[in-house]
Design a protein around this ligand. Sequence first.
Ligand SMILES: Nc1ncnc2c1ncn2[C@@H]1O[C@H](COP(=O)(O)OP(=O)(O)OP(=O)(O)O)[C@@H](O)[C@H]1O
Length: 274
Amino acid sequence: MKIQTILRGIRQADNRFGLIRPGDKIAVAVSGGKDSMLLLTALRQYQKFPHTDFELVGIHVDVGFEEFDHDLMTGYCRDHDLPLQIEKTRIFPILELDKNRGTQGQIQCSLCSKLKKGVLFETAKKLGCNKVAFGHHADDAIETFFLNMIHGSKAATFQPLQYMSRMDMDLIRPLVLLRESEIVQACQDNGIPSVRRVCPNDGFTQRQSIKDDLEEVYRRYPMARDNFLTVLSNCDEKGFWHDADSENVRTGTVHRKDQPGKEETPDSHTGSIQ
Ligand SMILES: Nc1ncnc2c1ncn2[C@@H]1O[C@H](COP(=O)(O)OP(=O)(O)OP(=O)(O)O)[C@@H](O)[C@H]1O
């Protein structure tokens, strides 16, 4: 797959969600995995598009896993003129301490993610960036949607553009309209490497489990992936339940038979098919 397909996906997301503005300085969060390696590579090329006058720097937060192959990542970036800053941290010893103290005896992904984000945003700020770009793609968005429903009782996923008020910085996800399979293919076809995962939790997370389940759903219902994606931009508040005294009923957002002048339409209950 040509890198142009990826650039087209980035441009669509940029146009639709207003991700990149002239004068931006964007820090790409580079884990060393395929998604963020592709993102840094593609955004470097996207800089050459007309009306995209922005600066770029990659930031890798080094958690401290000994076996992580930094050379692969730095070598690739050096050879392709991709600016990358590696931020050394002591996150791993903190995770180990927490693991030995905690009841579960394993590294906590949520703590790791929180610490990494802290370092990432601080480094981006120090470098004068106003945006941080993550490598999340469309399949990540669907998985997050299901994870939130199953474990968090809410129908929500991450945003393509999100303002982080504490850091006064935008978080953007330029790959959000692209599928994981497109990213894998583009990395293969363009010689973009990804560093072997070394976290002991890899393959045993809730995300991995939902990923496996969704693959099964897609095998049975091939149209489901596209439909799930459409749901994310199409979530009609009227399709959910609202208490009779809720703001939505008062303001008339939810149509009710007993409200004069507000007729119930056949499509007003999108989720009511039994
Ligand atoms: N150590 C890190 N340093 C910088 N950014 C990171 C790091 N770990 C994760 N990220 C950012 O968070 C995003 C999602 O994290 P996740 O753990 O799902 O990445 P991954 O699947 O290991 O790698 P990738 O998403 O790059 O293929 C990454 O795409 C990347 O932008």
